[in-house]
Design a protein around this ligand. Structure first.
Ligand SMILES: Nc1nc2c(ncn2[C@@H]2O[C@H](COP(=O)(O)OP(=O)(O)O)[C@@H](O)[C@H]2O)c(=O)[nH]1
Ligand SMILES: [Mg+2]
Ligand SMILES: [Zn+2]
Length: 377
């Protein structure tokens, strides 16, 4: 529920940079075809004109990024507070692909069987992300462009979701590369993220862990890309969260471990069993527990103990086998003289497998303490 004080002011959260600011419920902007959005005053909420007037109206966040103002639809502050989800993992772990896969699946209403619908909102950033990253990934198998740690924590995407019971909330995704603790502490966006984050997805790249068979069929260029086999780069983010609530020394923020690129292991038990399994139509805690146990055993057998650290550091943590692309990446040819490197590709258009499971598990865990976000949660 949005909080309104007596002066009609309301504390709202920007879904792009997580800045909190006061909004009087009236001042907004409207985009023109060209030029910056122009200022408008909305009618009072009791007015019959309110509903038509807020269509397309945007708020201007007072926190400019690199002196450029950003705007987001009023719809994002009219309901429940945003749920902020962070993706944590080393560079090349597969965070960007997993995010693109999740975002595309959400837009295709694949959360529908879980009782969650996405509402169309005209968030420029989301539309740009969809047409530049998600659509080429789903339609042509083009890998999202590789971003070399431009920022330690960066905005990735935001959507508006409604539950069967009529509860509407923004879901905001952040990419937390988390390579340097120092950077995390100094970075204002990173700090807001660490204070606000509601759930974490730790991305595990199984091609980077040891073990008898896990690296079979892994192409050389991917292996040479490996950092230390034992360093999943979670520690900086986890250390940055040390001021958050704990119980028995464990963080109370729900966490999920997503073993991505599982298509590489699709013939390896128990991955084969899980990857081919249709997802249930309601949250099934028994299945989450079974998959978590299988995935834990899988990583433990391969001595991937550092990757399993979140299981001990977080009070609630589920484990999942997922694949963002559903198929292998093809090696891109070298760039010709004066050319840009060609974009990475997958052999087929993306057919994500089970990518929404970590998110559904997180929403169920978050809902346990709060309101119910997913059916059966
Ligand atoms: N086979 C397979 N490869 C993947 C998958 N997701 C990512 N990759 C590969 O891993 C590379 C790095 O992924 P990316 O999402 O950019 O990693 P990030 O640096 O963590 O954001 C991609 O270019 C692909 O080659 C997947 O689901 N399956
Ligand atoms: Mg990335
Ligand atoms: Zn902002």
């Amino acid at each position: 529920m949005t909080v309104t004080d007596t002066a009609g002011k309301q504390k709202v959260t920007c879904v792009i940079c997580l800045e909190e600011f006061d909004w009087n419920g009236r001042e907004a902007y409207r985009r023109d075809d060209n030029g910056p959005p122009s200022h408008v005053t909305l009618p009072p909420r009791t007015s019959a004109r309110w509903a038509p007037e807020i269509q397309g109206a945007v708020l201007r966040c007072p926190n400019e990024i690199n002196r450029v103002p950003h705007y987001f639809p009023v719809d994002f502050v009219l309901h429940e507070r945003p749920i902020v989800i962070g993706f944590v993992g080393a560079s090349r772990a597969g965070k960007t692909c997993l995010l693109a896969a999740m975002s595309g699946e959400i837009d295709r209403q694949r959360l529908g069987p879980r009782g969650l619908r996405t509402m169309p909102v005209n968030l420029t950033e989301h539309n740009t992300y969809r047409s530049n990253v998600v659509d080429p990934f789903f339609e042509k198998g083009i890998a999202p462009p590789h971003t070399r740690n431009a920022a330690l924590v960066s905005y990735a995407d935001a959507v508006l979701l409604t539950t069967g019971a009529g509860l509407t909330f923004p879901l905001v995704f952040f990419d937390a590369a988390g390579e340097q603790l120092l950077g995390l502490q100094k970075h204002a966006m990173a700090l807001r993220f660490l204070h606000r984050v509601d759930g974490l997805i730790f991305v595990v790249d199984p091609t980077k862990i040891g073990g008898e068979d896990s690296r079979d069929g892994v192409e050389d260029d991917e292996l040479s890309d490996a950092t230390t086999l034992d360093d999943p780069t979670y520690s900086a983010t986890v250390a940055g969260l040390r001021f958050r609530d704990k119980k028995d020394g464990r963080l109370l923020i729900p966490a999920a471990l997503a073993i991505t690129k599982s298509d590489r292991l699709r013939f390896t038990p128990p991955v084969d069993r899980w990857l081919s399994r249709p997802v249930p139509s309601a949250v099934d805690r028994f299945l989450f527990r079974q998959e978590s146990q299988d995935a834990y055993a899988f990583l433990h057998q391969r001595r991937a103990t550092a990757w399993l650290a979140p299981v001990d550091q977080f009070q609630w943590c589920t484990l999942h086998f997922v694949s963002a692309s559903g198929s292998s990446a093809v090696r891109s040819g070298p760039a010709g003289p004066g050319e840009e490197a060609p974009p990475g590709r997958f052999v087929r258009p993306a057919r994500p497998r089970r990518v929404l499971e970590p998110l559904v598990a997180l929403l169920a865990m978050i809902g346990e303490r709060d309101v119910q976000y997913v059916r059966g949660g």
